[in-house]
Ligand binder design. Structure first.
Ligand SMILES: [Zn+2]
Length: 117
């Protein structure tokens, strides 16, 4: 079985790929992660969780990084940090329920930086 160090979950938005890549390069030996890209990151809990559980089952990562981002088109009118945090926290809880020993970080990307959410 291939073992992943990290599962990275982020949005499809092209504007944030470079900054997320840079963050992953700092945190990990690049290439040692599974990645799920889905519009809205954790907003679509059902589908993102299903994909994440497949990664946990197949590649057993120890750490999950959830990259929300500002100005997300999938969020429509309510693009507040609180809305992103609420959805990211739901995803985090669902993942911890499945694998309690996971380390899960919720993050938000701006065009300039990645910060804790
Ligand atoms: Zn987005």
């Amino acid at each position: 079985m291939h073992k992943a160090k990290i599962l990275a979950i982020g949005c499809t938005d092209l504007r944030f790929q470079k900054i997320v890549d840079q963050d992953l390069q700092i945190r990990s030996h690049y290439g040692e992660f599974d990645r799920i890209l889905w519009p809205g990151t954790s907003k679509d809990l059902r589908n993102v969780l299903s994909a994440a559980l497949t990664s946990l089952k197949l590649h057993n990562p120890e750490e999950v990084l959830i990259y929300e981002h500002e100005d997300c088109g999938a969020y429509g009118d309510n693009n507040s940090e609180a809305a992103h945090k609420s959805n990211a926290t739901k995803l985090k809880k669902a993942l911890l329920k499945e694998k309690p020993q996971l380390q899960v970080e919720t993050l938000i990307a701006t065009l300039q930086e990645i910060k804790d959410l």
